[in-house]
Design a protein around this ligand. Structure first.
Ligand code: 4AZ
Length: 234
């Protein structure tokens, strides 16, 4: 897990999450770094309010790259890569997520996914100091179409509909687990052979925890997007 921080904002520097994908690159959401410039990336954090509970390390940003097809008026390809100035030593608490290279398939609809983040624990709530984890399910795109197509800006923001480069992920047992503000840019993962594989990046939603509006994520299973990650960061 990564936290993205702004420069010259000592009280509340952390504005989005991200995920370490190798020794020098962090993947996040493009919309996170459209308005704010990422200056510092914190790795190995757990509780933001405590200095010594984890061995967190701050790294600085050398460069960032937006997905070439990202257009901030639309929801597609909400991905950006951040290059760190230094290589990150891999430890037990700071290590990259696995990417679904090759023929690693997208888990089936209904599969259990794991979301982590320091975002708000309720709509318009403050960011959480302690990293939270939620268990969610991959839903059919039609579930997101049913909700989001009722919003007045659907035709502008989703001119191609909910395409296969977006994942619709929510809670089916009605406990209202969801991503929320501040979770953007962070990972949703699936576990296979005791490893966590990245499935998607938290992108957007309508409110938080509303069963009619599951979260929408940028998929990293979409092969042109995965190819872009490989070209830039590997
Ligand atoms: C946000 O504002 C945000 N419920 C991200 C995800 C969701 C809602 C809001 C999904 O960053």
């Amino acid at each position: 897990m990564a936290l993205l921080g702004e420069e010259n904002n000592p009280r509340a520097p952390w504005f989005c999450d991200g995920v370490l994908i190798n020794e020098q690159w962090v993947l996040t959401a493009a919309h996170c770094i459209i308005e704010k410039v990422p200056h510092v990336v914190r790795l190995g954090e757990h509780d933001l309010s405590s200095t010594h509970e984890s061995n967190h390390q701050d790294y600085y940003v050398k460069n960032f790259v937006f997905h070439p097809d990202y257009d901030n008026r639309q929801v597609y390809h909400d991905l950006a890569l951040i290059q760190l100035t230094q290589r990150v030593p891999i430890t037990n608490t700071i290590r990259p997520v696995c990417l679904p290279w090759g023929r690693h398939p997208l888990p089936a609809t209904g599969s259990l996914l794991t979301l982590t983040g320091w975002g708000g624990t309720y709509y318009k709530g403050p960011m959480s100091d302690i990293l939270q984890e939620a268990s969610l399910y991959l839903l059919p795109a039609s579930k997101c179409v049913a909700g989001y197509s009722t919003l007045h800006d659907y035709a502008q923001k989703y001119p191609k509909g909910i395409t296969s480069d977006l994942l619709c992920i929510g809670d089916t047992d009605g406990q209202g687990q969801d991503a929320c503000q501040g979770d953007s840019g962070g990972p949703v993962m699936h576990r296979r052979n005791n490893k966590y594989y990245l499935s998607g990046i938290v992108s957007l939603g309508y409110g938080c925890g509303n069963p009619e509006f599951p979260g929408i994520y940028a998929s990293v299973h979409h092969s042109p997007d995965l190819a872009w990650i490989k070209r830039i960061a590997f």
